[in-house]
Design a protein around this ligand. Structure first.
Ligand SMILES: Cc1cc2nc3c(=O)[nH]c(=O)nc-3n(C[C@H](O)[C@H](O)[C@H](O)COP(=O)(O)O)c2cc1C
Length: 378
């Protein structure tokens, strides 16, 4: 697909392991009709080896469109097979993870962020994915890792991958990864954000599309990134930890679409129908109530009653008579005032005014192509 036809989503919710599961995506979609949703990363090997049980990993309800499958892997055969197996589920895009620093992922050979050291392989992997699917493909990466953190090295990666494969869209988590044993959580906090690298990519690769990611905490800041020229913005933790205040503004404030008009109570009523229908359907009593309630822990963020609600939730998880999501809500929602449950989303919270201040003044010098041996993808 030519870049002129391809527009990345203005707003997407990041892939997050153990967080952006089917349950989270269900409630996210009730709140926002326009946000693009990413799956958690799924290893290509898992998809290939779970062929008898694929629905558990890949199935989603049609309401979840637009939805992107993120895969991880370092074996071209498995990446090809996984892509073919995923095709029948109808994902809207397939994304390759080149950003995960987890020792479980990056520590075992070339996988996750370590793939950034082997752009030739990433080019091959992306060609293999594209050859096995009809939907657009994209790469999610960091701006570098360890000492490989110069702007030129980032550009070499982008240049090679986009020259060797039909990849036109890159999601840039705008901090490098440190593979010195710090935890994945610290790897999302300690390396500084360098938005200037992201904006320099827009200048130096006008034929490609880039989504900015990392440290963007609310819809006001998403709009600030877009005003600065970003093609798309991906938000991770804020869309989970502050679910309602983030996602309930997306349709109106980013897409200019009408508000759904839903209150939090109405969102929970819809989610309850889903939750009670899916309870126990994976076997071994999973998903259980705790699995289904977990994505809601950021739903009442900073509201009166939030802490009491969480304490009641912890207690309710132990109660023998709480066997449905409905009974869970009846037991716990008394902690939340009606004014919170029945009001519409509050005004758009203001973001940090200085987030992209002077970013244009900080841009690194333009990239000069150094890799002459690259054979350009036709
Ligand atoms: C719990 C958690 C799990 C994550 N899992 C993934 C993953 O599976 N794939 C991936 O590319 N990034 C993963 N990330 C990184 C996010 O996609 C995102 O790049 C990062 O959180 C920075 O964005 P933020 O500052 O908006 O949260 C994860 C982040 C968190 C918090």
């Amino acid at each position: 697909m030519g870049v002129e036809q391809y527009c990345p989503p203005l707003f997407s919710v990041a892939p997050m392991m153990d967080w952006t599961d089917n349950h989270y995506r269900t409630v996210a979609r009730i709140i926002s009709k326009h946000a693009w949703l990413y799956t958690e990363m799924l290893a290509a090997e898992t998809i290939v080896h779970q062929q008898g049980d694929l629905d558990r990993f890949l199935a989603f309800s049609p309401e979840q469109h637009p939805i992107v499958l993120q895969i991880g892997g370092n074996n071209l055969d498995n990446i090809a097979k996984a892509t073919r197996l995923a095709n029948s589920y109808g994902y809207d895009e397939i994304n390759l993870n080149c950003g995960c620093p987890s020792p479980k992922v990056a520590g075992h050979g070339c996988f996750g962020v370590r793939l950034m050291l082997d752009p030739k392989f990433v080019g091959e992997a992306m060609s293999v994915i594209a050859a096995n699917t009809d939907v657009p493909v994209s790469v999610k990466c960091r701006i570098g890792l360890d000492d490989h953190d110069s702007y030129n090295e980032l550009c070499d990666f982008i240049y090679k991958v986009s020259s060797l494969s039909p990849t036109k869209h890159f999601i840039i988590h705008s901090r490098k990864a440190l593979l010195n044993g710090i935890s994945p959580a610290d790897n999302r906090r300690i390396p500084p954000l360098k938005y200037e690298y992201y904006y320099a990519l827009l200048r130096d690769f006008p034929d490609l599309r880039f989504t900015i990611n990392g440290g963007i905490n609310c819809v006001d800041e998403v709009n600030a990134a877009l005003r600065e020229g970003a093609h798309g913005v991906m938000v991770g933790r804020a869309a989970y930890n502050n679910l309602w205040n983030t996602l309930a503004h997306v349709d109106t404030a980013i897409y200019g679409a009408p508000s759904s008009g839903l209150t939090r109570r109405q969102v929970l009523e819809q989610y309850q129908i889903y939750g009670d229908a899916v309870l126990g359907t994976y076997g071994n009593s999973r998903p259980n109530i705790r699995d289904l309630i977990k994505p809601l822990f950021g739903f009442f963020y900073s509201e009166p009653g939030n802490n009491l609600w969480k304490r009641k939730a912890d207690a309710a998880f132990q109660m023998k008579n709480i066997t449905t999501v409905k009974s869970f809500f009846e037991e716990t929602l008394v902690a939340i005032p009606d004014t919170v449950l029945d009001s519409h989303v509050a005004e758009l919270p203001s973001g940090r005014k200085d987030l992209f201040a002077n970013v244009q003044g900080l841009l690194p010098p333009p990239y000069e192509t150094r890799e002459e041996e690259v054979v350009v993808y036709a």
